[in-house]
Design a protein around this ligand. Structure first.
Ligand code: SAM
Length: 279
């Protein structure tokens, strides 16, 4: 705690390639090249309990793209706060958004120094729009909201799309995910949106529990949540139809050409997704 009582989260500024890392094993599942043997070993062990995991992460990226297009075309939002950005990959938020409106502004936030270094190097912007990068931890939303890069880039008097794609699962209940999300929503005006995708064991509790145990042993807390629990994360917003659904069922009509090779997969789903609008 600082003198002001605010929780201060220590951010790692070093990159240790001998220990598995959530951004890098996710990159591995996506078929990226920014990962090391430790990431691939843990990634394979988790995937051994979750058939279709690689298909799921691709489905999640496709959901993210549809969610960006939805909030722009249906809600008229052109500013994004993407927390838990991940290593640059196909169809990053600014690429999708600036295709719809080249003046779109995007603030990327991640706690991982490697993600930030790669993002700064690779995730440019159209001349009309802006991208900015904040090295911060979602556990401390004020550190994000008061960062000069955010204040410089986003106009908080106009609606902002808050994107929490596959990141709230790293917040255990003790970290008060509801309080963290409420703080983010407080900072943005009516008409803003909240998008969440989140892992679940609703369709195969044992497989997900085993995968979470593997993560825990490696020091990576992953909290799968039920659909009802994930719905509560949208408190303070009106859920947009069709509500919290599996990744592929959220506005499939907005799909673009798949960028990743599709893997045929017909097993259980592993994630829920949805979006809400702040009234
Ligand atoms: C599974 S990836 C998701 C990437 C992207 N949002 C997507 O859905 O494709 C999770 C990312 O969240 C980041 N992350 C995990 N916990 C975080 C936290 N407490 N604060 C900020 N970023 C976090 C990790 O470093 C990683 O890059």
């Amino acid at each position: 705690m600082s003198d002001s009582g605010r929780t201060v989260t220590r951010l790692s500024t070093t990159i240790d390639t001998t220990k598995p890392n959530e951004a890098r094993f996710y990159d591995y599942w996506l078929g990226g090249v920014d990962n090391y043997p430790a990431d691939r070993a843990l990634g394979d062990e988790i995937a051994s309990h979750i058939p279709g995991l690689r298909a799921m992460v691709r489905t999640n990226r496709a959901f993210l793209g549809r969610a960006v297009r939805y909030v722009m075309t249906e809600l008229g939002i052109t500013q994004f706060l993407d927390i838990g950005t991940g290593l640059p990959t196909a169809r990053n938020v600014h690429e999708v958004a600036q295709e719809v409106d080249p003046s779109a502004r995007i603030v990327y936030v991640d706690k991982d120094p490697l993600v930030m270094a790669h993002a700064r190097a690779l995730m440019g912007s159209t001349p009309q729009g802006r991208t900015a990068f904040i090295h911060a931890d979602l556990h401390d939303p004020d550190s994000i909201l008061t960062d000069p890069a955010l204040i410089d880039t986003l106009d908080l008097d106009r609606p902002v799309a808050i994107m929490l794609a596959m990141v709230a699962m790293y917040l255990p209940d003790e970290a008060d995910p509801h309080g963290i999300i409420a703080r983010l929503l407080d900072a943005v005006p009516s008409g803003s949106s909240l998008t969440i995708s989140h892992v679940t064991g609703d369709f195969d509790m044992r497989g997900m529990a085993r995968a979470a145990q593997v993560g825990e042993r490696a020091g990576k807390t992953i909290v799968p949540r039920t659909r009802a629990e994930i719905e509560t994360l949208f408190a303070g917003t009106d859920l947009i139809e069709p509500g919290v659904v599996t990744l592929e069922d959220w506005h499939p009509e907005l799909a673009e050409e798949p960028l990743f090779k599709a893997e045929p997969y017909a097993g259980p789903s592993w994630a829920w997704a949805g979006a809400g609008r702040k009234p």
